[in-house]
Design a protein around this ligand. Structure first.
Ligand code: SAH
Length: 213
């Protein structure tokens, strides 16, 4: 199968799994997933599968990336925080839709490699930091949108505090070895509204910056 056919099949898989938002599909058509996957698995970039990346982490399944992005209702004026840079793929998709994207990971190596891919692809509105994302990014806060791509038992308090009124946060909650649910939180004038979107499976949100390189 040639590249064009693989890409057609990729977009078809996204649509059939519920990614229907035209802007999200366009972003996913534009940003090639292969550069975010190093080595052997790069040739499987167009499959709708999570794949292993460095530091024992995973790049999410594309349809899950699409569904999460869609649930976040990103607009072109938004400043977005992503917690869990991983490969940088999700941040790159967000960079097509938002004004500004900040992404943080606890693994220095993942942040370094994601920065290299952003630069190679000419994505200038996305900045990656090494930090414990449970505390958000106080210097860049508040955010219009927050996306967490690692599972916490509860939405971290500092992230809720860094969400603007009218803002939306999407995150998986639940224990790492049990069923997790994708949750959407909206901050209104009066407080927080929660809705549960679908069952998911993510690596856990881990405390602290990793000690490896
Ligand atoms: N969004 C990524 C996939 C994320 S995998 C992509 O598109 O490829 C989850 C990531 O969350 C891992 O890279 C892991 O290192 C990171 N992570 C886990 N706990 C964290 C924390 N407390 N702060 C920042 N990153 C964290």
């Amino acid at each position: 199968m040639d590249d064009a056919e693989l890409k057609m099949q990729f977009l078809y898989a996204l649509r059939s799994r519920g990614v229907t938002n035209a802007a999200v599909l366009t972003a996913m058509e534009r940003v090639d997933r292969a550069p975010f996957i190093k080595g052997y698995f790069a040739e499987r970039a167009y499959e709708d599968m999570p794949l292993p990346i460095a530091c024992g982490q995973t790049i999410s399944q594309p349809s899950v990336v699409g569904l999460m992005t869609q649930a976040l209702e990103v607009t072109a004026r938004d400043t977005v925080l992503e917690v869990g840079t991983g490969s940088g793929y999700q941040a790159a998709i967000l960079s097509q839709l938002a004004r500004r994207v900040y992404t943080v990971d606890r693994h220095r190596r993942l942040v370094r490699e994601a920065r290299e891919v952003f630069e190679a692809l000419g994505l200038t509105n996305v900045t990656a930091f090494t930090a414990d994302g449970s505390f958000g990014l106080p210097d860049q806060a508040p955010f219009d949108r927050i996306l967490v791509t690692a599972a916490a038992e509860d939405p971290p308090g500092p992230l809720l505090a860094q969400l603007k009124v009218g803002g939306i946060m999407v995150l998986p909650v639940g224990q790492s070895d049990a069923v997790q649910h994708l949750i959407r939180v909206r901050r209104t004038e009066d407080g927080l509204d929660y809705d549960e979107l679908r069952p998911v499976r993510f690596v856990p949100l881990v405390e602290g910056v990793a000690r490896d390189a």
